[in-house]
Design a protein around this ligand. Structure first.
Ligand code: NDP
Length: 297
């Protein structure tokens, strides 16, 4: 391996420490404790794990965590009534509705019912529009984490060629907007892209957010490029059991790249750290307190 391994776990710990320091100051100087409300509908096991982990880390940085667990058959009107209560609760600065929602609930309707100022996932249509027009917004956590790691590694990203593989609303599109905001020349690739290897070979920065195990091989990577692997895929091990891999083939890509994030331990830990950073940012904005530097786009 010749690439620098970007340690997302260590970076996320640094971000959480920074958030905790600001939370202490908010409490001491302004008497404000940031509060994050997480709403979980149903019993999806993966979602339950995420919500538990979010709650634990929220408390660890000194914030208040409010968990709302609703039955899988909760009606849309009951869920919207809860969101309305949270929107109007001054102790709640951030609201996150864990996705996916059960099929009978309209995700767009639910997400767009959240007060955009408390939308710490950055999925509300107002925040999407603000990000797209280069205005101050709440930025989706996973792409924000990728951007922080890229800025930390490179300093300025200005003028770099970037390819984002994947065009989802939660990763690919906001990631492309953020890279454009940092003056990269951005290609967004997807399942209909004609020459994906060619697009990747031109890129100084590759962000893979596809959901296909080890899809990107090392011979697609431009020597010295930075590879950010968002993918989380579980595959079978030859000796039995399973393991997590990303969307890039780590070993062959690491042999060519200048820097690369591993899976696990890369982008994953940054996502919750950025959720906490967004909750802090939302709290500062709601109270007219200066926002911490380096924790927003
Ligand atoms: P989606 O399924 O919503 O989007 C996948 C994207 O990949 C689509 O735009 C799709 O194209 C594109 N794609 C699929 N196949 C190909 C292909 N053969 N060539 C090029 N592009 C292709 O996934 P998400 O964006 O939600 O997530 C992507 C990955 O990131 C998943 O593994 C997910 O688990 C992981 N993830 C990790 C997070 C973290 O915290 N680290 C957070 C969120 C996601 P098209 O639009 O044409 O269908």
């Amino acid at each position: 391996m010749s690439a620098v391994r970007i340690d997302g776990k260590a970076f996320a710990a640094k971000v959480r420490a920074q958030v905790a320091e600001h939370v202490t100051r908010l409490k001491q100087d302004h008497g404000i404790t940031p509060g994050l409300a997480v709403v979980l509908v149903g019993e999806d096991p993966a979602s339950q794990v995420y919500v538990r982990s979010k709650g634990k880390q929220t408390v660890e940085v000194g914030m208040n965590s409010y968990e709302h667990k609703l039955e899988a058959d909760t009606s849309e009107s009951d869920l919207l009534a809860l969101i309305d209560r949270l929107n109007n609760d001054p102790a709640v600065h951030g609201i996150l509705v864990q996705l996916p929602l059960p099929g009978h609930l309209d995700e767009d309707l639910v997400i767009n019912a959240i007060d955009p100022a408390k939308d710490v996932d950055g999925f509300h249509i107002s925040n999407v529009g603000l990000l797209g027009t280069g205005q101050k917004s709440m930025v989706p956590c996973t792409p924000l984490g990728c951007l922080m790691m890229l800025r930390d590694h490179h300093g300025s990203l200005s003028g770099m060629d970037a390819v984002v593989i994947g065009r989802s609303n939660i990763v690919g599109k906001p990631m492309a907007q953020l890279l454009l905001g940092d003056s990269c020349t951005v290609t967004i690739a997807h399942s209909r892209t004609k020459d994906l290897p060619g697009a990747v070979r031109r890129a100084d920065i590759v962000v893979a957010a596809v959901g296909r195990p080890q899809m990107v091989p090392g011979d697609w990577i431009k020597p010295g490029a930075t590879v950010i692997d968002v993918g989380i895929n579980r595959i079978d091990k030859p000796e039995g059991g399973t393991r997590l891999v990303g969307d890039v083939d780590f070993d062959s890509c690491a042999a060519v790249a200048g820097a690369i994030t591993p899976v696990p331990g890369g982008v994953g830990p940054m996502t919750i750290a950025c959720l906490l950073a967004n909750t802090l940012t939302a709290t500062c904005r709601a109270n007219g307190v200066a926002e911490p530097e380096g924790l927003t786009a």
